[in-house]
Design a protein around this ligand. Structure first.
Ligand code: ZN
Length: 353
């Protein structure tokens, strides 16, 4: 069995100013006394008021000698289990600084707890770093063996009203799957409701999140069943181009598309935790190229027409989303074929919840 360590961020809005100030004080003490090993013990920094497990961790880090100044000091809760204590009945019990039960992480030294869902193959938490606005969890997972996949599943995501959220294409069999036809209607429904009742949050966020979970589950289950690698468009940078308002066509398709990014992340982590290869390809012209011949065609909303008279698709009208999904699948297949034994061609994006 092999293991993998991953980091996760969980936002919080706790006021930890006092503890962080104390941590800074301990770090300064450690830097000042780095040549005096005897003093680098929690009993000399008791007056700062931090639990010894945490001040020891800071003393170790800042007392090493290579750090000249205490900056950006955070609270680090290590999950060591060196201390055992005796129970009343004579048995010894292991003490852990961090416990994880029922989706709740408890940081015992700080008397803090927060909710976190690690997903599949989770083994244990190594440490939790406490920052002014978030927790950073470092946890160990069992590494899943990559599945030997032959085919490719191309996925096109979009947000137009009356269109499916995800259009998938199995490149080998040509099978087409459409998921989430209700998505755009949910958005429209809540938009109208908000307008009418003048309220801000009325459950749309939760509904869309649930839907994203459902869609990603179905996509990953299909890929698993048919042993397919999953290929999506690389959305990175698209939203920033949107904001600049340069009006590029690719950008326009993703305006107000924060939920795409989330859906894509769901698909990515669910695929990877089951050993499915996940790949992102360049998104340029995926919706304007003909998936039969590669020539740029004419696209009007959900219709696509190839302009190449010698193309086998000419003069048929194709569904533009499915055409795009085929293009994505083909790009993925091409990229994967040039990388021999590509078990994991992309780097894992941090699963920020
Ligand atoms: Zn064509």
């Amino acid at each position: 069995m092999s293991f993998v360590v991953r980091s996760y961020c969980v936002k919080h809005n706790l006021n930890l100013e006092t503890q962080l100030k104390a941590a800074f004080g301990v770090a300064q003490f450690a830097v000042q006394n780095k040549n005096n090993r005897k003093k680098l013990s929690s009993k000399y920094v008791k007056h700062f008021g931090l639990p010894s497990a945490i001040s020891n961790q800071i003393l170790r880090k800042y007392g090493r000698g290579n750090i000249k100044e205490a900056t950006n000091v955070n609270l680090i809760v290590p999950n060591s289990s060196k201390r055992n204590y005796k129970m009343k009945d004579g048995t010894t019990k292991e003490y852990r600084n961090i416990t994880y039960e029922e989706e709740t992480v408890i940081l015992k030294p700080l008397k803090l707890q927060f909710r976190w869902n690690p997903g599949r193959n989770f083994l244990h938490i190594n440490q939790v770093e406490v920052l002014p606005n978030r927790f950073v969890i470092s946890a160990t997972f069992e590494q899943v063996e990559s599945i030997r996949c032959e085919g490719v599943l191309g996925i096109d995501l979009n947000c137009g009203v009356g269109r499916d959220i995800a259009n998938c294409v199995n490149l080998q069999t040509g099978e087409i799957l459409n998921y989430g036809e209700n998505g755009p209607n949910i958005r429209k429904y809540y938009f109208m409701k908000r307008k009418k009742h003048k309220v801000q949050n009325n459950g749309e966020t939760r509904k869309m999140r649930d839907l994203d979970h459902k869609i990603s589950d179905r996509i990953v289950n299909y890929a698993l069943r048919h042993k397919l690698r999953v290929v999506v468009e690389d959305l990175k940078g698209i939203r920033s181009t949107c904001r600049k308002g340069n009006g590029s066509r690719v950008a326009n398709r993703f305006v107000n598309s924060w939920s795409f990014y989330r859906l894509q992340q769901f698909i990515e982590y669910k695929a990877k935790e089951r050993g499915i290869v996940f790949l992102k390809v360049k998104p340029h012209y995926t919706s304007q190229e003909c998936s039969f011949c590669g020539v740029i065609g004419k696209r009007e909303k959900e219709n696509f027409r190839c302009s190449n008279r010698r193309c086998e698709a000419f003069p048929r009208v194709l569904n533009s989303d499915i055409n795009a999904a085929f293009n994505i699948a083909k790009r993925g297949a091409l990229e994967l074929s040039t990388v021999p034994n590509s078990e994991e061609p992309t780097t894992r994006a941090d699963n920020v919840s």
